[in-house]
Ligand binder design. Structure first.
Ligand SMILES: N[C@@H](CCC(=O)N[C@@H](CS)C(=O)NCC(=O)O)C(=O)O
Length: 209
């Protein structure tokens, strides 16, 4: 399989499947696509019907949306347990991933992912509401499903991969998180694959200047 991803410093959608596959130990070839190159859209349309990345290529099959990629990989690699095993937890996990996938427009537009940098942001009601909702989701998932594990559903799942870009945004924009949710953020940031992504994001940026 090949996973086509955008620039590691900026491409929040690419981080999700990349992180899930890495943590689950699913083998793939990474294909870097420069979102900002001249004619990048024309190049993307050669392999991505939507003109967007990430795209998972498995033989003749191209899957062009991070949530669809997550579902495909969960079906193809059930032993990786990327969704929680219990049906109620799994339904809840899918709900919060779908909410993340479809919403949070203030957080996305006011705090775009910029892994290696630190910025300030002027808070407004819409951004505060998005942050509060993220924190409520994290708190609720951990209280109901985490047990003694350090991730939202105990062990690492797609939910953590989908919220990993939010974790980096909170760091980049200095958005403080109440205890004990700071421990959850630290668990995500401490993942070796997450550290690899951040190192490669930095390297890619310095190559570009
Ligand atoms: N819903 C898509 C969104 C993908 C997306 O917006 N990707 C961005 C890169 S992070 C992109 O390809 N942008 C190029 C463009 O919009 O022209 C997914 O989940 O994969």
């Amino acid at each position: 399989m090949q996973l086509v991803i955008g620039n590691k410093n900026y491409s929040s959608w690419s981080l999700r499947p990349w992180l899930g596959m890495k943590v689950a130990g699913i083998k793939f070839d990474e294909v870097a696509h420069d979102l900002y190159a001249p004619n990048a859209l024309a190049a993307r349309l050669q392999f991505s019907p939507s003109g967007k990345v990430p795209v998972l290529i498995d033989g003749d099959l191209h899957i062009w949306d991070s949530l669809a990629i997550a579902e495909y990989l969960a079906e193809r690699y059930p032993a990786a347990k990327l969704w929680p095993q219990e049906i109620v937890a799994r339904a809840y996990a899918r709900s919060v991933c779908a909410e993340m996938h479809a919403g949070f427009s203030a957080l996305r537009t006011m705090c775009p992912m910029d892994v290696t940098q630190r910025h300030s942001v002027v808070m407004n009601d819409a951004l505060q509401a998005d942050i509060d909702r993220v924190l409520a989701i994290w708190h609720d998932c951990r209280a109901r499903f985490a047990g003694h594990g350090e991730f939202l559903f105990g062990h690492f799942s797609w939910v953590d991969a989908f919220f990993a870009p939010v974790v980096t945004r909170f760091v980049t924009y200095g958005i403080s998180v109440p205890a004990p949710l700071d421990l959850y953020m630290n668990a995500v940031l401490a993942l070796p694959s997450m550290q690899e992504w951040r190192v490669e994001a930095r390297a890619a940026l310095s190559l570009a200047v």
